[in-house]
Design a binder for this molecule. Sequence first.
Ligand code: DLL
Length: 421
Amino acid sequence: MPREQMRILQDERLAAQVWHAYDHVAPYRKKMQEKGVEPGDIRGIDDLHKLPFISKDDLREEYPAGFLAVPQSDAVRIQSTSGTTGRRVVAFYTQHDIDIWENGCARAIVAAGGSKDDVVHVSYGYGLFTGGPGLNGGSHKVGSLTLPMSSGNTERQIQFMTDLGATILCCTPSYAAFLAEAIHEAGIEEKIKLKAGIFGAEAWSEEMRREIEKSLHIKAYDIYGLTEISGPGVSFECERQDGMHVNEDEFYPEIVDPDTGEPLPDGEKGELVFTCLTKQAFPLLRYRTRDISMLMRGECACGRTLVRMARPMGRTDDMLIIRGVNVFPSQIETVLIGQGYPANYLIVLDRVRHTDTFEIQVEMTEEMFSDEVRFIERKETELLAALRSMLGISPKVTLVAPRTIARSEGKAVRVIDNRKI
Ligand code: DLL
């Protein structure tokens, strides 16, 4: 679509969307009133900066349905971010919302060379996580044969991949690298028909891309998204592999200074903020993603006019993504304190055979330390269970002697991330 036409569409959609959010989302109406903005003040994208932001904390405060903008009977689905009960965000969808989300994923599949003749193998998790359902729906929209594999069970993954002749693989980049190794080990490379992969949900480097491309003999495309805005397919790479085209007819992107919230010009690094232009059930306006990126508006040789975003270069908060699950150090702290441990701990992350390893070293109290070994083992098991239930994944828990974790003079160093991403 020509840029001028896109702008007209965005202006019209935004003006209507602000009324929708104002009329139906009480906490957002309150925010607008506090800022002294009325829906009539927002005539188009040029006025966007006048609107207040929405943060993840706002959504958590209104858990589960404070931001739901339609009667619950009009919503047909929820998805949810990973994390704890307290920290989870529930995103609601009407059928229209699912359609625009799946269309975004369909665009990603087409940009990766997909058509109705392809066999799309989806190894993202299904369930509350948006990866599986999003690419699954996108693949249906394209008309490709869809293999809803979900994650895990590598042997079965490879069997279906070969028996059904999968041509496009959708999963996290680390799982793609893991599958590649398993395929080499099984010595069945010549049976694999893959031509492309659509990989996202976690940070990955250009080096990792080249490695996966070489080992699977495919072209690897990046895909970005987040549950609050819909899921995967907020943006996607084309064959130029030079930034991800944002589906900005639905999700309008801005880059702002993370400290001041002031909008930054194209080409400058800052926090990515999205405004949903037509979503009905969960119409987030100026949602702060905490992802650091930048926007590139130059023409793309692929012919698409959609603005591009750089691959996320980090986050403004301390959220870690471990084996695809969002983990906040503060969650770990809550468990430790709840179980009577001092808040002296160290998270050690690494990547072994393309899979994240996750260890938490925790200092014992003096009293625990003087107890017998069996008692300490039992404490370790208890702590592991509590951490697993809070985080949704299992760390390796190591109890260490009191005062053995180095104290820092400034900000505490709680995370050692040896994954090269
Ligand atoms: O990860 C949605 C998704 C599924 C995207 C499948 C791509 C493929 P959440 O679980 O809500 O949603 O996590 C969102 O993951 O704010 C980023 O920090 C990170 N993220 C997502 N895609 C990428 C990517 C899904 N391509 C959070 N590169 C986001 C780097 C990514 N980080």
